[in-house]
Design a protein around this ligand. Structure first.
Ligand code: NI
Length: 193
């Protein structure tokens, strides 16, 4: 785990599609208190444990605008955490360019698809010390931040796909839930790993 992990951090349960909570809009954090800092730490730990490259507060059932992202590689000890970005009330203030990336989501089990987003973004928000932060991101980091900030508005990457693709995945999930079995791997989805 990350080197500065506190002993009180906890892995939280990740909500998955079609949980209606994932469609709700989160609220701005008004007061960065101990509860918010705890939530950020738990989100980071939950993301690393999954493992994933990003997580937004609504994915663990919190209605607050907080995202965590780490697109860094593992170090020689198999650990991540050196490129952890945690932002409260993130806002994309400028974007440019285009990038197509095959995205997945910890809340969308066994499915990946290409999504077109801005390749270069500038984000503002706050850190855990209530300081205003600005961040410039390109490529995968930009993709991950846009994906997580989308979650704060109740938007999943599925919502960026064609109706046909989204409906196919929705049918697959609902069939599995109806039959009381885990969501089956998509046979056409050989890129998933
Ligand atoms: Ni996601």
């Amino acid at each position: 785990m990350v080197s500065n992990a506190s002993e009180t951090m906890a892995i939280r349960k990740i909500l998955t599609f079609p949980d209606p909570f994932l469609k709700e809009e989160a609220d701005d954090v008004q007061n960065i208190d101990g509860r918010i800092v705890q939530a950020m730490d738990d989100m980071a730990q939950t993301m690393y444990a999954a493992p994933g490259v990003g997580l937004a507060a609504p994915q663990i059932g919190l209605r607050e605008r907080i995202v965590v992202v780490d697109v860094g590689e593992e170090d020689e000890n198999g650990e991540r955490g050196k490129e952890l970005v945690q932002i409260i009330n993130p806002v994309i203030v400028e974007d440019e360019g285009e990038i197509v990336w095959e995205e997945g989501c910890l809340s969308v089990i066994d499915f990946r698809a290409e999504v077109k987003r801005a390749n270069h973004i500038w984000v503002k928000g706050y850190d855990r010390d209530q300081k205003e932060v600005s961040l410039e991101a390109e490529g995968l980091l930009a993709v991950a931040l846009q994906h997580e900030i989308d979650h704060l508005d109740g938007t999943l990457f599925l919502d960026h796909l064609s109706r046909l693709k989204r409906d196919m995945y929705t049918r697959r999930v609902k069939k599995a839930l109806r039959e009381g079995r885990p969501i089956a791997r998509d046979e056409d989805d050989d890129e998933d790993s």
